[in-house]
Each structure stands twice: as structure tokens, then as C-alpha cells.
Design a protein around this ligand. Sequence first.
Ligand code: SAH
Ligand code: SF4
Length: 389
Amino acid sequence: MTQAETTTEVQKTLSDFMPGGALAVANPMESRKWLLGLNREELSTLMADLGEPAFRAKQLYHWIYHRGARDFDSMTSMSKSLRAKLADIATLDRPTATSHQVSEDGTQKWLFRFADGNEAETVFIPDDERGTLCVSSQIGCTLTCTFCHTGTQRMVRNLTAGEIIAQLMVARDTLEDWNRPGEDRRLTNVVFMGMGEPLYNTDNVIAAINLMTDGDGISLSRRRITVSTSGVVPDIEKVGAETGALLAISLHAVRDELRNVIVPINKKYPLKTLLQAVRSYPGLNNAKRVTWEYVMLKGINDSVEDAKALVQLIKGIPSKINLIPFNPWPGTDYECSDDETINKFAQIVWDAGYSAPVRTPRGRDILAACGQLKSASERASKSRRTISE
Ligand code: SAH
Ligand code: SF4
């Protein structure tokens, strides 16, 4: 099969799922409604249909997203009969974690299986004063950045808002992070840097962010949520306007000729168009900067000239630069730049006045580092395909 045919096939699969309706969680025969991912209005409609007053919907919302209730029986502010009624028609089940690994450095990785059997990964990265959850927005990715493991995965569909928020809710279950005062929380930040391109699933990503940040529910700060895109220009403004989240751009190359190859969406939205969209990102200022992600690929994009061109390119835009050592995965031909080259590159960026932290790879021992995510089901189905082809 040619590359073009593969792409068409995958896009068809993706568009089939574009409306992103809530899938039931437990099993395909499940007739009860899955409440994870429903917002206030949707819960109000559900309660109104049961003949319940508006304040009951508020209570239900609070139990689900503020208290982290996993069943209706624990909702003691509601009558026993209402709790039983809810349990008959609805569920708060979490997706099944088919694997949960903890790295030597404390990083945790979950592989979640959703109702249709598809799987996606989520990673928690604890640090001194923050805990960052890296969530997936799609099963696989239709884009084919050449250095990214997820990009080699064929099965693709969008995750629903419920499937996105459920990743965070299970992490909070595991970390025993419900009902803690804000300053004591373990999970403080969310980055959309797991599997998938968030801006190919914009509406569900926006709905999930708005649940994460709602003051009566999970109540994370909007400034602690970052959406990373490879450069899907048409939706950049929308996600900023509707969520107030921070923006990260997977830049990785400063010339169109190279970016066309390693981040192929650049052929559709070249650097000039991308830079224009970033300049107009809502609320961008020195306190709310864009993060430019730049993966260090040995001999490909790591020269002194590249570093100089990078600082020229982003001149005038409130920016941070995140240099990411390339994380190898089985089958890749790329190598990570050596330390000396990375340091030289970082120094040029630093001298131009930008903070340029080199991201310490986390959870490499459990394949949880950037770009290493790819679900076990896909690995299994791929090897099956290889055998039958
Ligand atoms: N699809 C989105 C978000 C997920 S990828 C995007 O591309 O922005 C999160 C980050 O990891 C991106 O910057 C991506 O380019 C980077 N990445 C992908 N593969 C990598 C690898 N093997 N090593 C290091 N970083 C990688
Ligand atoms: Fe998709 Fe991001 Fe990987 Fe590119 S880097 S293939 S956009 S997940």
C-alpha cells in the first residue's frame, strides 16, 4: 500500500468519528449513560428528564468533578431513591487501566482501554513543585512526523471529552488527589502532549479543558494547561479564545524545506502562516508565553545556524523554547544530538534572551517519554498484520 493510500484510509477513519459523541464506557452492551465528560448543562438536562430540580444537577456535578465520586451510592446529600434511580440509568465507571507502570524516577504511565477496545496512554510526571499530567487526545495520530512513535500508528479516532477527562480523573484517583486544598494537590498541570493532535479534535479538547478548569469542579488554573500542536493553524485561535490555555508549538525545524519533511503538516501550513497564527494567539504576553518545542535530532536540525535562525524566526513573540532530547524508539533511524551540541544550541538561544530549558527525559525506562507513546494493542495488531501480510 502506498503512503497516500494509507493516509486516505486513516483520514476516513478519523472523519467517521469526528462528531465525537460520548461512548459508553464499560462494554458495548452497556445501556446506561456514561456521565464522565458531561458538563453542567448536560447534567441538568439529565436530571430534568428524571423530574429533579436544578439544584440536584448542581449537586451531581459537584460529586462527580469536585469530590471525585465513583458511584452514586456515595452521594450522601441525595436521597437513597434518587441514588438508586441514577445507578439504574447512568454510570461513573472509569476506563480500564490495562497497564499501570511506575518508573524509577516516579513517572507513572497508564494504558487505558475504552469501550470500543481502543487504547491510549497517559503519563504523570512529578516534579519538585508541580505534577504534570500528559494526556492523549486521539488514539494514534493521522500526522506522520518522522521522529514520532505515535505517528507510525495506523488506528486513529478522536477521544471523546469524557475519555479525555477520564484520564485526569483516574490519575487523581490513583494519586488520592481529590478533596485536597489547591496548594496540596499532586496533579497541578496538564499538557496535551500525549498521543494525537489536539487540534484535530478541537471541540472535545475544549470541552475537556473547560471541565478541568471549572471553579465548581476540578478547578485547575487555565494557566496550567498547555495545548501542544504540530501547527494546525485554523484552530489555534479558537482553542485560545475558548479556553485561555497556554499554547505550545512543535516547531522542530526553522526552514520550510526541512519542516516539510519532519513535520509534514508544514506543507499545508508553512512557517509564515504558523508564525502569523501564533502572533495573534489570544492573551499572549510576557506572563503568558508560547512554548516552542524543538526536538534535538543529530545532524538534522541541531546546527549553530539552526539555533541562530530559530531566534530570528520568533523575534518579537513572547516565547519560551523547550529543547527536547530525541527519545529513541524501536525502528527509528534518528539519533539524539550529543550533549555538547545541545548545550551550544541552548547557549545561543539563551544569549538571545530566551529561557531554553533542556527537557529532562522522564520515564524512559517505561517508554513514557515524549514521542515514545504507542499503545500495546497497536503493537500487537501491527505484529499480527506483519504476519498476515
Ligand atoms: N501532536 C501534538 C502533541 C503530542 S506530541 C504535537 O505534535 O505537538 C508532544 C511533543 O513530543 C511534540 O513536541 C512532539 O514533536 C514531541 N516528540 C514526538 N516524538 C518525539 C521523540 N521521539 N522524542 C522527543 N520528542 C518527541
Ligand atoms: Fe502526531 Fe504530534 Fe507525533 Fe506529529 S509529533 S505524529 S502531530 S503526535
